[in-house]
Design a protein around this ligand. Structure first.
Ligand SMILES: Cc1cc2nc3c(=O)[nH]c(=O)nc-3n(C[C@H](O)[C@H](O)[C@H](O)COP(=O)(O)O)c2cc1C
Length: 245
C-alpha cells in the first residue's frame, strides 16, 4: 500500500505524534508532503482553475505535483492542528487551490484518514470540515481521529487505543478494495454539478470535464455501485437541478 501524508501542521509535534501512531498500524510505503515546505503562494482568486482549467492556475507548478501524488496513492492521511477554530492557513490555502474539485469531483476510489489535534476545542468540527472537503472531491470514505491534547504533546493510553482502532479500520477498508455507496449529500452535490453542465451558459471547463470523463451520463461515478434507491434519488436530483439551472 502506498500512503501519502499531507501534513497541514507547520511543525512535527502534537499532530505528528498522531501520524506516527497511525503509521505503526499500517504496512507499506509512506510519502510525506509537509505543506510548510511547499511554499504555495496564496490563492489570488483569479477563478482560472474554475473557468479555464486547473492547469491555468498561476500556482499550478506548486499545486499539481501534490495533486498527482494524491492520484497515485492508495490511502491519504491528511492532518491539521486547530488554528482559530479552523484548519491551519497552510491547509486552507491548499484547499483553496484545489477548490475546482468541488466542480469536477475526481477521487471516487480514494479513502482517507483525517488526523486533527487541538489544545482544547474545535477538533471535531475541523475533522468534519476536512472530511466534507474530501467528499466534495469525490473521496469514497474518510476516517477521522480528533484529539484534544491540553498541555500534553503526545496522546495518552485511551487516545492511542482510539488511534489504533481507527487506523486498523482504515487499513482493512483499503485492503478490501471495497467501494462504499454514496451518502445522500454526495448524490445531491454530484447531481447539482452534473446538471450545471447542462445550463444554457455552462462553465466550459466543468462541461468538458464531465463530458470527457462520461460522468455526465451517470447518476454517480460508475465505479461506485448504487442500489435502486440511490439510483432513483440520483435521477430525481439531476432532473430537479436541471430545471433549476
Ligand atoms: C495560531 C494558533 C491557533 C490556535 N488555535 C486554537 C484554537 O482555536 N483552539 C484550540 O483549542 N487550540 C488552538 N491552538 C492550539 C493547537 O491547536 C494545538 O496546540 C495543537 O495540538 C498543535 O499541533 P501541532 O503540534 O501539530 O502544531 C492554536 C495554536 C496556534 C499556534
Amino acid at each position: 500500500m502506498k500512503y501519502l501524508i499531507i501534513n497541514g501542521s507547520p511543525r512535527k509535534k502534537n499532530t505528528w505524534s498522531i501520524v506516527k501512531q497511525i503509521e505503526s498500524n499500517l504496512d507499506g510505503e509512506f510519502e510525506e508532503v509537509h505543506l510548510i515546505k511547499e511554499k504555495i503562494p496564496l490563492c489570488n482568486g483569479c477563478f482560472k482553475c474554475f473557468e479555464e482549467g486547473e492547469s491555468e492556475c498561476p500556482h499550478f507548478e506548486f499545486v499539481n505535483p501534490i495533486v498527482e501524488k494524491i492520484k497515485e496513492c492508495d490511502g491519504l492521511i491528511i492532518t491539521s492542528p486547530v488554528y482559530a477554530l479552523n484548519v491551519t492557513g497552510l491547509l486552507k490555502n491548499f484547499f483553496d487551490h484545489t477548490a475546482y474539485f468541488y466542480h469536477r469531483p475526481s477521487f471516487f476510489d480514494k479513502k482517507a484518514l483525517v488526523a486533527v489535534s487541538t489544545a482544547g476545542a474545535g477538533h471535531n468540527k475541523v475533522a468534519k470540515y476536512i472530511d466534507e472537503t474530501l467528499r466534495h472531491w469525490g473521496f469514497n470514505k474518510n476516517y477521522k481521529i480528533a484529539i484534544a491534547f491540553g498541555a500534553r504533546e503526545h496522546p495518552e493510553a485511551k487516545e492511542i487505543d482510539k488511534i489504533d482502532k481507527t487506523a486498523q479500520r482504515f487499513r482493512k477498508d483499503l485492503e478490501s478494495k471495497k467501494l462504499h455507496g454514496p451518502k445522500f449529500m454526495d448524490l445531491i452535490f454530484y447531481n447539482a454539478w452534473r446538471a450545471m453542465t447542462q445550463a444554457d451558459e455552462p462553465n466550459l471547463a466543468d462541461k468538458e470535464y464531465w463530458e470527457n470523463t462520461d460522468l455526465v451520463n451517470h447518476e454517480f461515478a460508475p465505479i461506485v455501485k448504487l442500489n435502486i434507491i440511490q439510483r432513483m434519488c440520483g435521477k430525481l436530483f439531476f432532473f430537479i437541478f436541471k430545471r433549476m439551472f
